[in-house]
Design a protein around this ligand. Sequence first.
Ligand code: ZN
Length: 153
Amino acid sequence: MKIQDNCVVAIHYTLTNDEGDVLDTSEGREPLRYLQGHGNIIPGLERALEGLVAGDSANEVVEPEEGYGPKQDMLIQAVPREAFDGIDVIEIGMQFQAQTAQGPIPGTVIAVDEETVTLDGNHELAGVRLNFAVQVTEVREASAEEIDHGHVH
Ligand code: ZN
């Protein structure tokens, strides 16, 4: 059967950026199983897989807008160093929750000095064009319960 809404789909995939670095892969693991049409995976990939059948392979390029979104400057915040009271060492790459007026935002430290820590709350794949090599291994109808729950059992 063809991939359509309310199908359970199993895929093997390798995700690379435009430089060819592997960002994620199902190689050596169980294939990824998801419920088509329920936002289980990024919209650009879900749309690209529609109509494929088990055994099909595809290479799909997903732009950031259809992937993890563009990088948003508003998610990059300078937080006073004293907000990290009790933490002796703060280094680039560490992850924290920034307490903001909008609530806690998780962020990665991208800059730090005596007074300020700059946190980037963007998803690490925001702004990245995603190149998927996908192989469809299984397509089946979802059960009524899976459709009701919006995920694969
Ligand atoms: Zn469930």
